[in-house]
Design a protein around this ligand. Structure first.
Ligand code: SF4
Length: 362
C-alpha cells in the first residue's frame, strides 16, 4: 500500500510536481484561500467539518465581518457567536472555537501557535485541523488526513478494507507524511484535498482528468469502484419530539432553555420552544411536560410535522400551537414576536418548528 516507498526519489518529485501544477491551475477560488491568515484558515476548517462548502460560504463572510480577529472572537459574547453560527449546526464547534480563541489570547498573545503540540492543546482542535492551519498559514511541513485525502491515498495505493479502522488510518497518515511536498506543504495539502473533492470523488471519479492517474494502482487495476470499501452504517434511531409554540394575541412566543428535550443534540443548548421526546400520545405527553416543567395549562392544536436528520437519528418534529391570552413569566425565558426568532441563536430544528406556525399565519 505504501505508494511513497514504491516511488523512487525522482518519481516522487515528478508525482508531486504534477499534482501541485494541477492545483495551481485548477484551484477553486474560495474565500479562505485569499490569505494566509491563520485565524481565517482555522475558522474555515472548523466550519467545513461536516458541512458543505456552498453552505459555509455565506456564514464565513458574515462571521469574519463581525469578528475579524482572534481577539474580537475571544471578547465576543457567546450569545453573539452562536447567533452567527445559527443554522450551521454542530454548535459545540462554535463554543470550542471561542474557548480556543480565549486561550490563544491568554497564552499565545493572540497569535495562533506555530507548533503542533500547542495547537493540539486548544479545545476542539485535533490532528487534522492543526496540520491544515499550520501548513497553510505558516508552511510548516505537516500532512493532513481527512476523508477526501484518505480516499485519494487509498486509491493510489489500492488499499482495501475499512479506512477508518485505527490501523488503516495510521498507515494512511504515514503515507500522507511520506508523500508530503515539504517545500510547499500548504499547497500540497490543499491539492490533495481538492483532488479528492473535485476529481477523485466517492462515486465515479474522473480519472481521465486526474494528474496522477499514471501512479494510481486502483485506476490501473480497474478497482476505483471498489476502493474505498463502503463503511458500515449505523442503524438509524427514530425519535419523536413534540414542541409547543405558545402564542399570545400580539403574535409573540416564548423560548426557553429546556433541559427536557435533547437539548445537547437537537437544540444545542440554545433557545428553543418547550419540547419533550414522546413515545405514544404526543399531545398528552407534551401537555403534561408543559404543566409539570413550566406550570402551563394549554390546549394544543397540532401543526404539520417536519422531518429532521441529525447524524444517525431520524427525528420527527411534532409542533403544536397553544394560543394563550398571556405568556407566562418564566425564569430563563425569552418572549419575542414569532417572526423575529432569528434575533436569537436557535438551532435549525427550532427554525423548522417555527416555520410550521408562521405558515398558518400567512
Ligand atoms: Fe482517483 Fe482516478 Fe486519480 Fe486514481 S486516477 S487518484 S482513482 S481520480
Amino acid at each position: 500500500m505504501d505508494i511513497a516507498r514504491k516511488l523512487s526519489p525522482r518519481t516522487l518529485t515528478s508525482f508531486q510536481s504534477r499534482l501541485l501544477r494541477w492545483f495551481r491551475h485548477h484551484r477553486r477560488d474560495l474565500p479562505w484561500r485569499a490569505s494566509h491568515n491563520p485565524y481565517r484558515i482555522w475558522l474555515a476548517e472548523v466550519m467545513l467539518q461536516q458541512t458543505r462548502i456552498a453552505a459555509v460560504i455565506p456564514y464565513y463572510g458574515r462571521f469574519l465581518e463581525r469578528l475579524p480577529t482572534i481577539r474580537s472572537l475571544a471578547r465576543a459574547r457567546e450569545h453573539e457567536v452562536l447567533k452567527l453560527w445559527s443554522g450551521l449546526g454542530y454548535y459545540s464547534r462554535a463554543r470550542n472555537l471561542q474557548k480556543a480563541a480565549k486561550e490563544i489570547v491568554a497564552n499565545h498573545r493572540g497569535h495562533f501557535p506555530r507548533d503542533l503540540g500547542s495547537a493540539l492543546e486548544l479545545p476542539g482542535i485535533g490532528r487534522y485541523t492543526s496540520a491544515a492551519v499550520l501548513s497553510i498559514a505558516y508552511d510548516i511541513p505537516l500532512a493532513v488526513l481527512d476523508g477526501n485525502v484518505a480516499r485519494v491515498l487509498a486509491r493510489l495505493g489500492a488499499v482495501r478494507g475499512d479506512l477508518r479502522v485505527p490501523r488503516s488510518w495510521r498507515r494512511l497518515q504515514k503515507t500522507a507524511d511520506d508523500l508530503l511536498a515539504i517545500q510547499s506543504p500548504g499547497d500540497w495539502n490543499q491539492a490533495l484535498m481538492e483532488l479528492g473533492e473535485v476529481v477523485c470523488t466517492p462515486q465515479n471519479p474522473r480519472c481521465g482528468a486526474c494528474p496522477v492517474a499514471r501512479s494510481c494502482r486502483a485506476y490501473i487495476e480497474g478497482l476505483t469502484g471498489e476502493i474505498p470499501a463502503p463503511r458500515k452504517r449505523r442503524v438509524p434511531v427514530s425519535i419523536r419530539i413534540a414542541a409547543a409554540i405558545l402564542r399570545d394575541p400580539q403574535g409573540r412566543t416564548m423560548l426557553v432553555k429546556d433541559p427536557g428535550a435533547h437539548d445537547g443534540v437537537l437544540f444545542s443548548r440554545m433557545w428553543q420552544f418547550p419540547a419533550v421526546e414522546v413515545v405514544r400520545h404526543a399531545r398528552a405527553e407534551l401537555a403534561s411536560h408543559l404543566r409539570e416543567t413550566f406550570g402551563i395549562d394549554a390546549s394544543l392544536e397540532p401543526l404539520v410535522a417536519a422531518r429532521h436528520g441529525v447524524t444517525f437519528r431520524n427525528i420527527t418534529l411534532l409542533p403544536f400551537l397553544a394560543r394563550l391570552p398571556k405568556l407566562p413569566g418564566i425564569p430563563r425565558s425569552r418572549i419575542l414576536p414569532l417572526k423575529d426568532l432569528g434575533q436569537l441563536p436557535v438551532s435549525s430544528a427550532t427554525r423548522k418548528i417555527a416555520a410550521t406556525a408562521i405558515a398558518i399565519e400567512l
